[in-house]
Design a binder for this molecule. Structure first.
Ligand SMILES: [Zn+2]
Length: 362
C-alpha cells in the first residue's frame, strides 16, 4: 500500500531516526507500521522489535527498529500514565543518543497525541517527524471493498444494500476510522449490527445492541466474551477464574472454550506474543465494556480488570471539567465507591491517588 511505502521512504531518509505515526481509532496505525517494518526489514536486513507501552527495550542492538505502541493505555488513556509516558520518551531519547544505527517508530492515537502533546514537550524531538493516517488515505479503498461486499451478498433479508456512504461518513461515530467501521460491519454482515447501524449510524451503539442480542440468543458465546472483557483476555496458561464465573452466574467451563471457539473467532484473535485470546481490535473490547457497563455498572466496578476501568471510566463530576471522549463512560458516586473499595483491597489506592476516580470521589 502507498502509505507503507511512504513510511519506508521516510524511515530511510538521512537524519530521520524517529518518527511518529498518528491516526484515529481504527485507522490501522499499528497494522500500517507493521507493514512498514516488514518492508524495511526486507530492504535493509535490519531487525524490528515491538514494545507495548510502557514497556521499553532494555538493551538494543544495532540495526534495529523499535516500534512502541499502545501509548497511555491499551484501550484508552489511563489518566495516571503521563509520568510513564515521560519515562518512555526519556529512554527512547537515550537509546537514540547512545546507540548507532537504531530507529524508532511511535504509534499513537490522534486524539491522545493532541491531548498530551504539551506534556511531552521536553521530548518534542521524538515527535518532529510525523506521518498522519487520515480518513482520505483509506476511504476510497474501503468504500470500494464495501461495495463489492454488498454486491456479493446472498443472504436473504440482509439489509447491507441499504447502507450508504453518507451513513458511514457522517454518523455519530466520527472518532472511529472508516477501515474499522467497514471491517466491523463486514464481519457481522448477516446480523443485527447492520440493522442497528442503518437506524442510528453509530458503530459503538450497534455493537452494544449486538451484545444484548447475543445474550439472549447465544448465551455461551456471550458469556465467554464477557469473561474476556472482565479479565481483559483469556489464556490457557493462566488459571480459569471459577470464582468470577460463579459470581456472575455464568454457565461456561474451561473445557467448553474449544467447542465454542469457531464461533468466538468472529470476535477474538490470538495475541501471539502473549499467547492470549483477546478481542480482535481494542475497539471491540470497548464495545463489550460499554455493553456490560450499561447493563450493570456494579459488575464492571466489582469485577472488571482495573486497567480497563482506569482507562474507560470517568467520574460524573469530571464531565464539567473536560468533554468526555466517545469511548468513555461516566460513573456516579455510588459506582466510584465500589471501585475505591476494590483498589483499597488490592492495595492500589495510593498508586492511583491522582486518578479522578479516586481523587474527586467523596
Ligand atoms: Zn449483506
Amino acid at each position: 500500500m502507498e502509505i507503507v511505502r511512504e513510511g519506508v521512504k521516510k524511515l530511510r531518509e538521512k537524519g530521520v531516526k524517529c518518527f511518529v505515526v498518528i491516526g484515529g481509532i481504527g485507522n490501522m496505525v499499528n497494522s500500517t507500521v507493521r507493514g512498514i517494518l516488514k518492508l524495511y526489514e526486507i530492504d535493509t536486513k535490519w531487525k524490528s522489535e515491538l514494545y507495548r507501552f510502557p514497556k521499553i527495550p532494555e538493551k538494543i542492538h544495532r540495526k534495529t527498529i523499535v516500534f512502541v505502541y499502545g501509548w497511555f493505555g491499551l484501550w484508552n488513556d489511563d489518566l495516571c500514565s503521563v509520568d510513564a509516558a515521560k519515562t518512555v520518551c526519556k529512554n527512547l531519547f537515550q537509546i537514540l543518543e547512545t546507540t548507532k544505527n537504531v530507529k524508532i517508530i511511535i504509534g499513537m492515537r490522534g486524539d491522545l497525541y493532541t491531548k498530551y502533546k504539551n506534556e511531552l514537550e521536553e521530548y518534542s524531538s521524538l515527535f518532529s517527524n510525523k506521518m498522519i493516517i487520515d480518513f482520505e488515505i483509506f476511504c476510497n479503498k474501503y468504500l470500494r471493498d464495501f461495495d463489492e461486499l454488498k454486491e456479493d451478498c446472498i443472504i436473504s433479508g440482509c439489509r447491507c444494500n441499504d447502507l450508504t456512504y453518507d451513513m458511514l461518513e457522517n454518523g455519530g461515530d466520527e472518532l472511529i476510522g472508516m477501515p474499522l467501521k467497514v471491517n466491523v460491519i463486514s464481519k457481522h454482515h448477516y446480523s443485527d449490527v447492520i440493522d442497528s447501524y442503518i437506524k442510528d449510524n453509530d458503530i459503538l451503539k450497534a455493537m452494544k445492541v449486538h451484545f444484548t442480542a447475543l445474550h439472549e440468543n447465544e448465551k455461551p458465546i456471550y458469556e465467554w466474551l464477557m469473561y474476556i472483557c472482565l479479565k481483559g483476555h483469556f489464556s490457557r496458561t493462566e488459571s480459569f477464574d471459577k470464582d468470577l464465573v460463579r459470581k456472575l452466574k455464568f454457565g461456561i467451563e474451561l473445557s467448553s472454550f474449544d467447542e465454542h471457539y469457531a464461533h468466538l473467532r468472529r470476535y477474538t484473535r490470538v495475541s501471539v506474543s502473549e499467547r492470549r485470546y483477546v478481542f480482535w481490535d481494542p475497539f471491540i473490547y470497548i464495545c463489550a465494556f460499554h455493553h456490560l457497563y450499561e447493563k450493570d455498572k456494579s459488575k464492571i466496578m466489582n469485577h472488571c480488570n482495573v486497567d480497563a476501568i482506569l482507562q474507560l471510566v470517568r467520574p460524573t463530576s469530571w464531565e464539567n471539567k473536560t468533554p468526555s471522549s466517545y469511548v468513555e463512560v461516566s460513573a456516579d458516586d455510588e459506582d466510584v465507591k465500589l471501585f475505591r473499595k476494590r483498589l483499597l483491597e488490592l492495595n492500589l489506592l495510593n498508586k492511583y491517588k491522582e486518578h479522578p476516580l479516586v481523587q474527586d470521589a467523596h
